[in-house]
Ligand binder design. Structure first.
Ligand code: ARG
Length: 438
């Protein structure tokens, strides 16, 4: 084989690592003895085109393996059930909108949610890479807007204020500006932003929601809380065997704490703990009686109760914690230990009565096949042509950011060693992550 330029040989070696993981999965036809033939083909394709194309099987295994590699996800024991919608040939706004509708229909399954991923065209690598054929600007496909008022307060979800402003400036004209207004879709084609698509205004049935009530504390019902049923992350990049798919929205189903503890009670989100305490008639004048803790448990009960009542799938931290623990044990026994991010895997409520609290995890990043944060489509499009120096200054420090993959780690020990050093500390002594979890 002629020697490949460094970027090409890096890609080839990631393809190799990926294929060696694939052969361990007996569901797929690829055997150990097939790998070198396949790698020869891949090398040739990389040499000719700078990239390579996944077979259907590679793509199917790849999305599943990327899920298994997601250190922060407590639901990944389900990784083999991920269904794929292959949309690698879709390049128009209408085509994308159709694919997203199909995705939601498949995922919904009458409330018995199913894990689905839709994969749009891959990035063509290079320095700089080519414009991405498809990107989605939304954080999730279903999400509430956050409208900033003149007095600085927010109606809706404060997490969405920047994106909401962008959508309004791009011509979005919502019928109302409430606490639960679904955001439009921001579809980018070839690095160009297209007009906001207010899909849920036309199809509210595709935005299933649950009204939150409590089996005993009826005061909570009067708060008029609700949440949408399907979490579909749409901003992360999928990487398989070194190939980046910058648009690959995926969903699972909620764990109750994500909605109740984090979305409702985080101070930087709906910030409702005090209103919930008051609605329950608790004495909120001092922390000492643990009214906050009582309110937090009650709202968590309410979310699980309400989803159950609506017959929409939702997990709880005990159930998912036990399933995940069992998965860790099975994988360890089989010699396939799992990496994990303790601070994400441990529940935000009642941490120490879930198994994750009592475990230590290596947080090593599987870089050849995984999901990564990435720059917003607007930043990404603007960054093309910028000098490496400028890009470097803007590079977020999160190890799960795409900008950190396939490069020499900056940290003097390397991520590998660093995570080992950190693993020796008591988890509670770990510094709080700088990045918002959830
Ligand atoms: N934590 C995010 C939210 O509350 C959703 C992240 C994905 N969660 C999931 N269960 N698949 O909206």
């Amino acid at each position: 084989m002629t020697s490949l330029p460094p970027a090409h040989s890096a890609l080839l070696s990631q393809a190799g690592s990926f294929l060696s993981d694939m052969v361990t999965d007996s569901r797929f036809k690829m055997k150990g003895s097939d790998v070198s033939t396949r790698l020869d083909h891949i090398a040739k394709e990389i040499e000719e085109t700078g990239t390579y194309t996944h077979t259907d099987e590679e793509l199917r295994f790849g999305v599943q393996w990327a899920w298994r590699s997601s250190n922060r996800c407590i639901g990944r024991h389900m990784w083999r059930t991920l269904k794929i919608q292959d949309c690698r040939d879709i390049r128009t706004r209408d085509g994308v909108a159709d694919a997203l509708q199909n995705h939601l229909n498949t995922a919904w399954k009458g409330g018995d949610l199913e894990s689905v991923i839709t994969v749009f065209p891959p990035r063509i690598p290079g320095e700089p890479h080519r414009p991405d054929p498809v990107r989605i600007g939304n954080h999730q496909l279903l999400r509430y807007a956050g409208f900033k008022k003149d007095d600085g307060t927010v109606t809706g979800d404060p997490h969405s204020t920047e994106f909401t402003e962008r959508m309004l400036s791009q011509g979005w004209n919502p019928a109302q500006r409430g606490a639960h207004t679904p955001l439009p879709w921001s579809i980018w084609i070839d690095d160009q932003e297209t007009a906001p698509l207010d899909h849920f205004a036309a199809h509210p049935e595709q935005f299933p929601e649950v009204d939150i009530t409590h089996p005993e504390h009826t005061g909570i019902d009067a708060l008029g809380l609700r949440w949408y049923a399907i979490p579909v992350i749409s901003e992360m990049a999928l990487v398989i065997g070194g190939i980046t798919y910058p648009c690959a929205p995926f969903n699972g189903w909620y764990m109750g704490t994500e909605i109740a503890a984090r979305n409702f009670c985080d101070p930087q989100r709906y910030n409702l703990i005090e209103r919930i305490g008051q609605a329950m008639g608790l004495d909120t004048s001092s922390n000492r009686n643990l009214w906050k803790d009582q309110a937090l448990i009650a709202i968590n009960q309410a979310v699980l109760h309400s989803f159950d009542l609506a017959r929409i799938r939702i997990g709880d931290h005990h159930e998912l914690g036990a399933q995940f623990e069992r998965f860790c044990e099975v994988e360890e026994k089989a010699g396939r230990p799992l990496a994990g991010d303790w601070s994400w895997l441990t529940s935000p409520i009642s941490g120490s009565i879930t198994p994750q609290f009592h475990r230590e995890f290596s947080n090593k990043v599987e870089s050849h096949t995984n999901f990564f944060y990435q720059a917003q489509p607007a930043e990404d499009a603007a960054a093309r042509g910028l000098t490496a120096g400028t890009e470097d200054q803007q590079r977020p420090k999160d190890p799960f950011h795409l900008a950190h993959q396939h490069e020499t780690p900056r940290c003097p020990f390397g991520f590998d060693k660093l995570s080992k050093v950190l693993a020796f500390k008591r988890p509670s002594a770990l510094k709080k992550p700088k990045f918002h979890k959830g």
